[in-house]
Ligand binder design. Sequence first.
Ligand SMILES: Nc1ncnc2c1ncn2[C@@H]1O[C@H](COP(=O)(O)OP(=O)(O)OP(=O)(O)O)[C@@H](O)[C@H]1O
Ligand SMILES: [Mg+2]
Length: 345
Amino acid sequence: MSTERILSLIGALPVPVLVIGPDDRIRATNAALEALLGSGLIGKHHITALRQPAVIDAIAAVRKSGTTASVRFVNRERDKDNVYQVVVALADPDVVLSFEDQTAAEDIGKMRRDFVANVSHELRTPLTALLGFIETLSGAARDDAVARARFLGIMAHEANRMTRLVDELLTLSRVEEEERVRPRDQVDLGALLASVIKGLEPQAAAADVTVDLVLKANPLYVIGDAGQLTQVFSNLVENGIKYGASGKVLVVTLEEPANHLRLRGQGVQISVADKGDGIAAHHIARLTERFYRVDSHRSREVGGTGLGLAIVKHIINRHRGRLLIESELGQGTTVSVYLPMASLS
Ligand SMILES: Nc1ncnc2c1ncn2[C@@H]1O[C@H](COP(=O)(O)OP(=O)(O)OP(=O)(O)O)[C@@H](O)[C@H]1O
Ligand SMILES: [Mg+2]
């Protein structure tokens, strides 16, 4: 086959392909391969272009045996290692290499491992505490009524935290599962926000935070999942209470419907604004990651698992909405949820 014909055939393929001629020099490449290894490779010895011993050995082995081989190829792209599985096959007298990008699959694998490690870690801490107290209560503090009452209090706190963690994990997987299913309830946003705030009254009182609700439009209906939207605003208001400053006001505002660029159309904005310490800019983009906490010690103390905003993000995605977190250190944080009106139809 002429080199022109080979070039035109492999040019039509989306995966990086490299053809090595019988003289061990590169005979043809396609655009995807040039994006990977650079251009101007044709005519060069394949060792210069590929460099990695495993691939070079595989080429020699395939030439000798005629059987196909598959090897791992790691390519440093910008500041990240991308991983490819390279299939080396003989197409006598040439050898053809095709590269399959494994990076996404490896990333997912890593995410899964990180997730399991995080969950285990989050559960192990309270479990260790519980076991310690059980040991103390059955030994040294057996007859000490004061210590017993105190330890039981701490044990209840730790057990509650574990329950909450498990509940949130279940919620997260349910929300992920339903992410592609359109919500269908008619939701009265003003009433929903009022009931969320009412539910958190005891917590607000304990933290000495006053929650104000400002409804610029009422009633205002959207099509949504009432239970999930309740979860979104419960977490945002709860965060405002937990991480906002005590003794201050937390303002929840339901704005009038307007055209929002973020939604590319009509939508409503609900914002939760606190006067707390604020969040440093480099943390903000990561807050919706699972288990991400700015100050994990403080968050644990107030019973947080770091899953709240991850759940919020998934629910808002399901509603085709947007989440915006704005914060200034020392000034406070405003978290806004934008929900499209288009989902009304
Ligand atoms: N209003 C806020 N002001 C300052 N920091 C905040 C605010 N809201 C969230 N954060 C930070 O973001 C982190 C993640 O919040 P998220 O709601 O996901 O988890 P959490 O509140 O710690 O736990 P959970 O919601 O699962 O009980 C918090 O731990 C906190 O560090
Ligand atoms: Mg939270």
